[in-house]
Design a protein around this ligand. Structure first.
Ligand SMILES: CC(C)(COP(=O)(O)OP(=O)(O)OC[C@H]1O[C@@H](n2cnc3c(N)ncnc32)[C@H](O)[C@@H]1OP(=O)(O)O)[C@@H](O)C(=O)NCCC(=O)NCCS
Length: 155
């Protein structure tokens, strides 16, 4: 069930970059993730992304997604994160439901994402959403940087 009574859903603003930077390494279990979400995503992909604020103004969750510039059938989800204190209550699924609904309305037939091989929780979460989780692709993002491609079919 989504505990959404106290949550405010909106599009990101550039100032949200600093708020995401303040929590992202903690939310990703201490991994160094800050370089993965440069401010450009909060300036140029606002209309396909979401920020979820708690009513006290703290960041509850975010998703950064965009329509593929080269493949109109694909919406790519770059990052999705939920405050550890709010996990397991459907917020991640709700973020994906909104992104998928809007992608479908644009005529997209699939969501794509990649995750790291070590992030088995992300793989499990994406499976629970309905994504197909492929075998890791070696050197996907450079030497020894394997990634796990994931696809959610919308039709
Ligand atoms: C992945 C993440 C976004 C899920 O958000 P959430 O709000 O907890 O997700 P939901 O409550 O909608 O869905 C939970 C379901 O996902 C799956 N899941 C989530 N985390 C899991 C984990 N650590 N191990 C196994 N399954 C997991 C389960 O099926 C779970 O259902 P259950 O609670 O009934 O078992 C959140 O855990 C997170 O922010 N993780 C750190 C950031 C990250 O790795 N993001 C993804 C890569 S970009």
């Amino acid at each position: 069930m989504v505990d959404s009574g106290a949550l405010v859903w909106r599009r990101p603003e550039p100032h949200d970059h600093a708020r995401i930077m303040a929590v992202i390494d903690d939310w990703w279990g201490g991994r160094s993730m800050r370089a993965m979400v440069p401010r450009l995503f909060l300036e140029h992909f606002r209309g396909t992304s979401y920020i979820v604020d708690d009513e006290d103004g703290s960041l509850a969750a975010f998703v950064i997604a965009f329509a593929s510039a080269d493949d109109p059938l694909t919406t790519y989800v770059h990052f999705i994160g939920v405050d550890p204190a709010r996990r397991g209550r459907g917020l991640g699924h709700e973020l994906y439901a909104r992104v998928a609904g809007e992608a479908r309305a644009r005529g997209a037939t699939r969501l794509k994402a990649v995750t790291s091989t070590v992030n088995t929780a992300s793989q499990a979460f994406h499976r629970s959403v309905g994504f197909e989780v492929a075998e890791p692709v070696p050197d996907y993002d450079g030497p020894a940087e394997a990634r796990v491609p994931m696809t959610l079919h919308l039709d």
